[in-house]
Design a protein around this ligand. Sequence first.
Ligand code: NAD
Length: 181
Amino acid sequence: MRVLVTGGAGFIGSHLCDFLLARGCEVVCMDNLLTGSTDNIAHISDPRFLFVKHDVTNYIVVGGPLDYVLHFASPASPIDYLELPIQTLKVGALGTHKALGLAKERRAKFLLASTSEVYGDPLVHPQREDYWGNVNPVGPRGSATAPRPARSPTCPTWWRASGPSCRPRSTSRSTSETRGR
Ligand SMILES: NC(=O)c1ccc[n+]([C@@H]2O[C@H](COP(=O)([O-])OP(=O)(O)OC[C@H]3O[C@@H](n4cnc5c(N)ncnc54)[C@H](O)[C@@H]3O)[C@@H](O)[C@H]2O)c1
């Protein structure tokens, strides 16, 4: 099994790389080091591990087969959203689009790590899958709420455009999966 982890040098991504390697996978870790660091992956000296420094808002090239694309690249904290609004917006929209394109080309399963920001300032607790949230897309945290969540235009548009083999699957409130075709 060969897996691409975008945002692989970040907090969650680097642990995911460890987990996948321990499960016997080959891992391509892609990150532009915007909020992550190679310190997080410095302990990995495994021939099945490849680090590629790349901004996923640009066309993504990965040689060889891919079974999964796990898209974790994005600034993740409210502080980062406020300091890096353009980068957050771009990676949520363009980065997700590029990662979906790669998954589709390779017929790989795609998983998007979204964010609880999808619910904005929720009026319902706990939030259910069918709750649309209480979102202010033009507010200061709109760069995080607007483009990235599974309910935002990018993933649902792909699902609708790609037919029945491509579908959302929520495994938690912030994660969606699809298979490219
Ligand atoms: N940490 C949490 O509690 C939490 C909760 C829910 C969802 N998430 C989501 O999980 C994902 C990872 O979160 P994290 O806490 O590991 O954040 P993090 O900031 O530690 O990691 C994100 C990584 O993405 C990289 N990145 C950002 N923009 C990029 C780009 N354009 N191209 C390539 N790499 C890019 C950063 O350099 C960083 O290494 C985020 O999408 C976040 O919103 C995190």
